[in-house]
Design a protein around this ligand. Structure first.
Ligand code: CA2
Length: 149
C-alpha cells in the first residue's frame, strides 16, 4: 500500500498559535507541518499537508487521497462534530484513517464528545497537543509496515 499520507486540518486551525493558547498551545500550523514532515521522513512516509475552512475542500482532498494514498491523518476541527459528508468521504477511502484532536475534547463541552470521524477512524488521538499528529503518523507507518508483512 502507498506510503503517501494526507494530513488534513479543518476550520479555524489556521489560527493555531495566534489565539486561545491555553487550549491549543503556542505552536502554529506551520510548526505542525514541520513536525509532521520530520516524523514522516523518519518513518519513510511522504505527506501532503493541507488546511481549509471549507468543508468541500476537505472532501475533495479525501477523494484525491482515494487514488494515491495509504493513509489520512485528519483533524476536522468543528466539522468533526457535525459533518456526515466528511464521514461519507472517509468511508469511500480504503486506506488507514487516524483522527487527531489537539485538545482533550472529552474534558470540554458535551457537543465535542461526539465525533462522526470516529465511526471510521482506526485510531483516535486526543489531548496530546500537536504531538498527536506525529503519533498518528507513526501509527500509520506501523500499520503499513505490518500490511507489507
Ligand atoms: O482539539 C482540537 O484539535 C479540535 O479539533 C479543534 C477544533 C474544535 O472545534 C474541536 O472541538 C477540537 C477548533 C479548532 C480551532 O482552532 C483554533 C486555534 C486557535 C485559536 C482559535 C481556534
Amino acid at each position: 500500500m502507498s506510503r503517501l499520507v494526507y494530513v488534513l486540518n479543518g476550520p479555524n486551525l489556521n489560527l493555531l498559535g495566534k489565539r486561545q493558547p491555553h487550549i491549543y498551545g503556542h505552536d502554529t500550523m506551520e510548526d505542525v507541518e514541520a513536525d509532521c514532515r520530520k516524523v514522516a521522513k523518519a518513518h519513510g512516509l511522504e505527506i501532503r499537508y493541507h488546511q481549509s475552512n471549507r468543508e468541500y475542500e476537505l472532501i475533495d482532498w479525501i477523494h484525491e487521497a482515494r487514488e494515491t494514498a495509504g493513509g489520512i491523518v485528519i483533524n476536522a476541527g468543528a466539522f468533526t462534530h457535525t459533518s456526515v459528508a466528511i464521514l461519507d468521504a472517509l468511508n469511500a477511502f480504503d486506506g488507514i484513517v487516524m483522527e487527531v484532536h489537539i485538545s482533550n475534547v472529552h474534558k470540554r463541552e458535551s457537543f465535542r464528545h461526539h465525533s462522526y470521524i470516529s465511526l471510521r477512524a482506526e485510531g483516535v488521538i486526543v489531548g496530546c497537543g500537536i504531538q498527536g499528529y506525529g503519533l498518528a503518523l507513526q501509527r500509520i507507518a506501523a500499520l503499513l509496515d505490518a500490511k507489507k508483512g
